[in-house]
Write a protein that binds this ligand. Structure first.
Ligand code: ZN
Ligand code: ZN
Ligand code: ZN
Length: 160
């Protein structure tokens, strides 16, 4: 997996700070315990906009000097997902922070094949359309994954 995603042209420290502040507020409102471990895992997920795998998170926790075991990371990720703070990118089996955890939604993504970044998009209309078409077949949809692959603005050739 490429690490070029860190070279984003925006103030990513602001992304991290605002994600953590939102998590603190939301968990307090909901009476959910954002333990030190869970908060650290969230911070690590937010190191870039590229999805990160559980094992990479585990390695980074160990770099912190924490004697973290895989279940620690998985439990933290499960908690973070249950609070909507983190989403799982199905096709990559990796995790990415949600910029809008305060309202419930299903996450759909634009995935850059060059830098690895994931951009969350709202495809409410598409989702409803699929549900309507499914209903015509007497089919009940329980989960939908929309992950579009391609090149982000930064990764497209300059002369395009
Ligand atoms: Zn950012
Ligand atoms: Zn989201
Ligand atoms: Zn890119």
């Amino acid at each position: 997996m490429t690490k070029a995603a860190a070279a984003t042209p925006h103030d990513h420290a602001h992304c991290i700070a605002s994600a953590l502040a939102q998590a603190d507020t939301l968990c307090e409102q909901r009476g959910a315990r954002l333990t030190k471990n869970r908060r650290r895992v969230l911070e690590l997920v937010w190191q870039s906009h590229a999805p990160v795998g559980a094992y990479e998170l585990l390695e980074r926790l160990r770099e912190d000097g924490l004697s973290a075991a895989p279940p620690t990371v998985y439990r933290a990720l499960e908690f973070l997902m249950s609070q909507g703070l983190v989403h799982r990118i199905e096709t990559r089996n990796a995790f990415v922070g949600c910029p809008q955890p305060q309202h419930e939604h299903e996450a759909q993504y634009l995935l850059c094949e060059a830098c690895g970044d994931a951009v969350e998009i709202d495809v409410g209309g598409v989702r409803r359309r699929i549900e309507a078409l499914a209903a015509q077949h007497g089919f009940t949809v329980t989960a939908q994954t929309i992950e579009a692959r391609g090149l982000c603005r930064r990764c497209q050739p300059a002369d395009a």
